[in-house]
Write a protein that binds this ligand. Sequence first.
Ligand code: SAH
Length: 390
Amino acid sequence: MRDGHPWVFENSIREVNRQGIAGDVAVLFDRKNRFLAVGLFDPESPIRVRILSAESPAKIGVELFRTRLSEALELRRPLVDDPETTGLRILSGEGDRMPGLVLDQYGDGLVLKCYTPAWLPWLDELREAIGDRLPSRVLAYLPSRGVSSSAATPDPLRSPALLAGPPLDDGLEFLEGGLRYRAHPFVGHKTGFYLDQRENRARVRELARGQRVLNVFSYTGGFSLAAAAGGAPRVLSTDLSEPALREAERHFELNAGIEAVRSSAHESRTGDAFEVMEALDTAGDRFGMVVVDPPSFAREKGQEAGALRAYGKLTQLALKLLEPGGILVQASCTARIDAETFFLSVLNTARSADRSLEVLAQTGHPLDHPVRHPEGEYLKCLFGRVPTAS
Ligand code: SAH
């Protein structure tokens, strides 16, 4: 903890002077009774205390939240100052020393997502600090699955709610690199969009010119739109979710004012990624770029080997679909598999398939998803080119 780790597990606590409830302030002392840190107590979670401050006995409340928001905004200065990008993660939980809490900005809307009931008693203070630092038209509240089902969560906070602003029928519109995107906080994944892939989308946009692009696990077509804007004449999005693919179509309509997007032919196909890729291969379809960004394959301990096998299978399928000289973009958001293991496994799979990749880039977390502890590191993405003659 003295190295800045934000969690204190139940089994590392020797003595508690009284039993608290979720969200109580916990002050931690070492064996010699010296001050260690202050944090939020969570009696139901194995992560018994989440640390908010370890330097000094800071008072938890509006003032500290304002300070954390100011620090977070400062860290993100290049993004905050970019008028072409209005979608970004303002608070990234542990990475911004607000463990278990996420605040995302989408244009003039904000989405606050709580991953522990320990934050719930602090909602008023959070709203006050957010209102001071980031005035916005809309503020939406989202409980994580764990918060929704926790006995410690009061009934009204078990469901998503609009804390300020008009109903979100059309989602929240925002810009990324000048492209118009929409996030749907109440129906979508995360807070409605995968902000963490921003830099990878920008790279896809740079590399897609003239390529036929396949986007597997496309969700609402974030990578598809970026590819089209970068000059991909044909883009195919595929996902299990039909509503997500409809939203991908809408993203193309929303950006029809951009010549490259208007002239790109976008198609979508609903189905299981593995089956769709097999079918494309059988039909002889080939692509100049294949993007593979699946959901986490190992949420629980013990699932790592299975996840690596699934990644390997996806790499093999994608390689079969790539034209000579084509580009594989493969991402993993599985925290249980570290970046080195993932990159090596993709590269080894390619070598075994006789299509050794020329590595163009290996990327990690973007500026607005800072990491301060090992468990927080989840995102990695490899950009590799298959040989021109194979
Ligand atoms: N690449 C996306 C995020 C992907 S999230 C982006 O940048 O926005 C993972 C997506 O995988 C979800 O949309 C989910 O519907 C889809 N999915 C999950 N299992 C799938 C499967 N077996 N086949 C196809 N899609 C799947």
